[in-house]
Design a protein around this ligand. Structure first.
Ligand SMILES: Cc1cc2nc3c(=O)[nH]c(=O)nc-3n(C[C@H](O)[C@H](O)[C@H](O)COP(=O)(O)OP(=O)(O)OC[C@H]3O[C@@H](n4cnc5c(N)ncnc54)[C@H](O)[C@@H]3O)c2cc1C
Length: 404
């Protein structure tokens, strides 16, 4: 089966952006960049494009949006494809992975990196501080936070949105609802609606600059709900993430995806990075470093699939390397092994061409095309075509001797 991209990255937060850039930009002589597609449902930058979300260290901080701005520059310069849409299913079992999106598209690739954070984002960013507020960083301050929200009556209602773990908060909100706001709890995911608990997925928040309501996709179709305020319980997603896509979470580890130090999941060719993975504290810096590691691992995986050998990425992974006696230069990549949707044919072609030039430099002096083809196990017709192309571009020079 043909494939469209070498690598597909699901989610364009700091983990996904860094994974995509890393898979496309490998510092190695003669490296062949992967063709990479990034799929994001909301704004590129993920949570770090939100106001107040900073890149924090122990004693320093940087604006998240400044870093995102820099990363987006790379996305543009490296011609990384971006598809705006929601991934609703990944079929990762075979050699060629299939990624299905909510707008009916199917993208095929050799490797997939899941960097979907803890929730699929919509347009929360547009209404933050304008009628939408979030809980995050654990439940330590939850009582004082809820008391403040519930001290006034919200008309026509207060909507509280969260994952299945919103159930932790419901009794407390009911108890603290002093101003008697009409309440609606929206739990993202499947299950049955009852009384004031609705099950479904928030599709968007809307209003005239100030939040007026939200649209929820329920099992009976879309439902528009007016509300005076929305409390988005991010803590609940930190406990039980919801990505609104089928990824076989049972096999990958639940509720978060299990990875090893190379960001490999249990399925070959499937990688994960950032908040989507288990066992760490959620932060920008962790997302960035895991994203880069996943990008590099996907690169190694794709390279191995194409050439049957691992790329010697010297700067990144120390190897105690002895050149074996049967060591051979990499053969040039066969045209039919190139993915269909090469975003930057030129960049990849020129890497391949440099590889050809390197290979041909071993044949200084008089040598027949047949001999080169034989020694390098190549098809001589294809070799003739390549030589012609390289000579036209003045990348090599050769003199032709015609027999007879
Ligand atoms: C309110 C708040 C404040 C924070 N402040 C800080 C801070 O000051 N310092 C710090 O270090 N960290 C902070 N964090 C944590 C930090 O933002 C996250 O750890 C980091 O953004 C995780 O990066 P990520 O790429 O893994 O996920 P995200 O940033 O969540 O990005 C994931 C992306 O994947 C997309 N996605 C999900 N599912 C799908 C799908 N099915 N199809 C397509 N796209 C999908 C989402 O829309 C999202 O854009 C904060 C978090 C919150 C909630």
């Amino acid at each position: 089966m043909r494939y469209d991209y070498d690598v597909i990255v699901v989610g364009g937060g700091p983990a996904g952006l860094n994974a995509a850039i890393r898979s496309r930009w490998v510092k190695r002589y003669k490296a062949i960049p992967c063709s990479t597609l990034l799929i994001e449902n909301s704004y590129l930058g993920g949570l770090t494009s939100w106001r107040g979300c900073l890149f924090t260290g122990p004693s320093w901080k940087m604006e998240g949006k400044d870093i995102v701005h820099r990363l987006l520059k790379d996305v543009g310069n490296l011609k990384i494809g971006v598809h705006q849409g929601r991934v609703n299913r990944i079929n990762a079992k075979g050699e060629i992975k299939e990624v299905f999106t909510s707008d009916g598209k199917v993208f095929r690739s050799l490797a997939v990196i899941i960097a979907a954070g803890i929730k699929v984002l919509v347009n929360e960013r547009d209404y933050l501080g304008r009628g939408l507020e979030v809980t995050s960083m654990g439940y330590e301050f939850i009582v004082s936070h809820l008391k403040k929200v519930l001290s006034r009556r919200w008309e026509p209602r207060l909507a509280v949105v969260g994952s299945q773990k919103l159930e932790n908060l419901i009794p407390l909100i009911r108890e603290l609802n002093i101003a008697q706001s009409p309440l609606l709890f929206i739990m993202e995911g499947g299950g049955e609606a009852k009384e004031d608990v609705l099950r479904g997925w928030v599709e968007k928040y809307w209003g005239d600059g100030q939040l007026q309501g939200l649209t929820v996709w329920t099992s009976k179709g879309p439902r528009k709900i007016r509300c005076g305020r929305v409390l988005l319980d991010f803590n609940s997603y930190e406990l039980a993430p919801s990505w609104r896509m089928e990824i076989g979470a049972e096999t990958l580890g639940s509720p978060f995806i299990k990875v090893n130090q190379d960001m490999e999941t249990l399925i070959p060719g499937l990688f994960a990075a950032g908040d989507v993975t288990s066992g760490g504290y959620n932060s920008f810096s962790r997302a960035v470093s895991q994203g880069m590691a996943a990008g590099l691992s996907a690169y190694r995986y794709v390279f191995h699939k194409k050439f049957g050998t691992h790329p010697p990425l010297f700067a990144y992974r120390p190897t105690d390397f002895m050149i074996p006696s049967d060591f051979k230069e990499l053969p040039p990549l066969r045209e039919d092994l190139l993915p269909v949707s090469l975003l930057d044919q030129k960049m990849i072609k020129s890497s391949l061409e440099r590889k050809w030039v390197g290979l041909l430099s071993n044949f200084n002096g008089r040598v027949s095309i047949g001999e080169i083809a034989k020694r390098k196990k190549l098809n001589s017709e294809e070799l003739k075509k390549v030589l012609k192309r390289l000579a036209e571009k003045k990348m090599i020079t050769f003199h032709v001797e015609v027999d007879g």
